[in-house]
Write a protein that binds this ligand. Structure first.
Ligand SMILES: NC(=O)c1ccc[n+]([C@@H]2O[C@H](COP(=O)([O-])OP(=O)(O)OC[C@H]3O[C@@H](n4cnc5c(N)ncnc54)[C@H](O)[C@@H]3O)[C@@H](O)[C@H]2O)c1
Ligand SMILES: N[C@H](C(=O)O)[C@H](O)COP(=O)(O)O
Length: 358
């Protein structure tokens, strides 16, 4: 599938859509704080309820200045490029009053509407990338919409049959370690369904996407990908499951024949050590809780969630809505992952702009 067109205007700060996420969580606060902190270099356009964000901004940091825009106005006149003295907010109204820390399914569809507006904006060329603050998946479902995550939602809405969730740690976190990137062969799936979801063809598509996107969006000339096995000890020679031998190994062999530097399958419990990781640009884990706890243990609060394979650039934080913190008031949430998600989106947009102009 081809990428949506992006407009890089020389001398103008890149415009990035920031969806503010679940209103009762920490998303609105960290979106405002992170967008304000980088305003000299990035034009972060917040997508959320303008009145609610104005109230939140007053409480979080009275220095923050906002300009509200209606979606209608942007559709007609395009995105105005104000200077860095104000953050633009595209108003996506909430349905119900927000109580911090308390979920209200009445607001679920509004959260989804921010994602739709972001998608509309990248398609229309208003934004070079989308950064999403955390939302509460259960609330969207409680609002009557089947929803398993941004990853799957953006895939479906952009007509992309296969995407890959990858989380990236920061270089040197923990100190001295190489940057860790962990991609997943399956995303938000019940554990009992994982083995059936791993296939030779599916892994081929996943490996092609990782290889392609690490080249084009991360500037890595020849990505090295290490694959985890599915079973303990990568199946222990078939005595602890055959998927490693029958599915993962043939997928690796086929990928190598296509010129992709894929290796494994390695036992997942011992793969995450410097001896292997120093030779890896990405580890492909077979399922969510095989790979993400390792990444989050190494780098929680600094990591970035990236959806590979989409026709747009989409990044997010490595944490959730933290309702417990939101309920206690402002100033408790760490905005580090949001800073990193914005910086990564801009770096990816830079890489794409560079590859399309060279
Ligand atoms: N990108 C996303 O939209 C995203 C990512 C992960 C989880 N989620 C969703 O968030 C909801 C809650 O998930 P959860 O409870 O498993 O995880 P969570 O990340 O919300 O909370 C886990 C723990 O980490 C703490 N924490 C989280 N973010 C923090 C921050 N920025 N600063 C300081 N402490 C922080 C919380 O206080 C809590 O103790 C779920 O619906 C989940 O699906 C969304
Ligand atoms: N799997 C992600 C994580 O654990 O950080 C998180 O649920 C967000 O997923 P989406 O980006 O698909 O919403």
């Amino acid at each position: 599938m081809s990428a949506y067109p992006t407009t890089r205007r020389p001398g103008v700060r890149p415009a990035i859509a920031v969806t503010v996420g679940e209103p009762a969580g920490i998303g609105p606060e960290i979106s405002l704080r992170a967008a304000w902190a980088c305003r000299d270099t990035v034009n972060c356009v917040l997508l959320g309820d303008a009145a609610f964000l104005a109230m939140t901004a007053d409480a979080v940091d009275p220095a923050i200045r906002l300009s509200a825009l209606s979606l209608q106005a942007v559709r007609h006149g395009g995105l105005p490029h104000f200077g860095p003295g104000r953050l633009s907010v595209i108003d996506v109204p909430l349905a119900a009053h927000v109580v911090p820390g308390v979920l209200d399914p009445e607001n679920g569809r509004s959260v989804l509407a921010t994602l739709d507006a972001a998608l509309e904006g990248v398609r229309a060329g208003w934004f070079e990338a989308v950064v999403t603050a955390p939302l509460q998946k259960s609330t969207i479902n409680d609002a009557g919409v089947k929803f398993s995550g941004h990853t799957e939602y953006f895939a479906e809405r952009s007509g992309t049959p296969q995407v890959v969730m990858m989380l990236a740690g920061q270089p040197g976190s923990p100190p001295g370690a190489p940057p860790l990137r962990v991609a997943l062969a399956s995303t938000h799936l019940a554990l009992k369904d994982v083995a059936a979801a791993i296939s030779v063809d599916g892994l081929a598509r996943v490996l092609d996407i990782i290889d392609h996107d690490l080249k084009t969006k991360f500037g890595i000339a020849a990505p090295r990908i290490l694959l985890c096995g599915l079973n303990p000890h990568a199946g222990e020679g078939g005595y602890l499951g055959r998927e490693d031998i029958d599915v993962i190994a043939p997928a690796i062999a086929a990928a190598r024949a296509r010129g992709i530097d894929a290796r494994g399958p390695y036992p997942a419990d011992t793969l995450f050590q410097p001896k292997y990781l120093q030779h890896a640009d990405c580890v492909l884990a077979m399922y969510h809780d095989q790979g993400l706890p390792v990444l989050k243990y190494a780098t929680f609060g600094q990591g970035v969630n990236i959806t590979l394979g989409l026709p747009l650039i989409r990044t997010s934080v490595d944490h959730g809505t933290a309702l417990d913190l939101a309920a206690q008031g402002f100033g408790l949430a760490d905005r580090g992952s949001m800073d990193a998600a914005i910086a990564t989106a801009v770096a990816m947009a830079d890489a794409v702009a560079a590859s399309t102009t060279s």
